[in-house]
Write a protein that binds this ligand. Sequence first.
Ligand code: NAP
Length: 244
Amino acid sequence: MSERIAFVTGASRGIGRACASSLAAAGHKLVIAARNVDQLEAFAGELRASGATVFVQPIDLASGDSIAEAFARAQKDFGPVTILVNNAGITKDGLALRMKREDWDTVIQTNLTGAFLCCQQAMQSMLKARWGRIINISSIVGETGNAGQANYVASKAGLIGLTKTLAQELASRTITVNAIAPGFIETDMTHVLSDELKTKLLGSIPLKRLGKPEDIAAAVRFLASEEASYITGHVLDVNGGMYM
Ligand code: NAP
């Protein structure tokens, strides 16, 4: 398989970290991006020890300037990005009636606008290369809705619309754009859930376990591969059968 440069946002922990490891194992060079540089550096050390070529790039998805600077630096000092994994995401939950405007804006800005701006940046090098893979990490709740998460759900449903639109705009240049909709995955994001809620969730998952970051990473690795070249505009559910 040919070696590409993959840019993974939110690569310091959880799902993003697993995606970066998996893409490195597939032979790609990696740009790992997030806000906490110390965590990224520690992870980069582990990846390099296993033979990967890694570039650490600070980024704050809530800032358009930070995104533009991050891509400019990574592409100048490391090389053209042709695989983009828009993974970073946050929650600021609350019932819609009482949701603060600030919490709505921060989540939409980080999860949706941030991902869009990363696509805009990365598609320039993809268009030049006439090859690219964009993989947006949405969520099961972007398909089903979820009480108490109007901002998060809107951002994740928005990513699905963005995915299908970019898939149409970029197809003629051999750039595929897909989304993955994870169910409940064991990461820092879900560690905050109560045991009671986790037990209830397990009851609604046919495969009877929460997902692991590696379950999502395997899907990302496939969608980034040559083998997935005829798949675009797709939303891949990786949820243990929780939503079909
Ligand atoms: P996580 O463990 O909380 O990790 C989030 C990652 O995003 C971290 O690397 C974090 O690093 C980075 N990040 C957060 N805010 C950022 C910002 N403003 N700019 C740049 N990076 C930022 O989350 P996760 O569970 O792995 O989730 C990863 C993705 O999967 C998210 O989009 C999430 O919505 C989605 N997802 C997760 C689940 C689940 O059950 N866990 C289910 C469905 C979908 P820094 O804090 O250092 O920036």
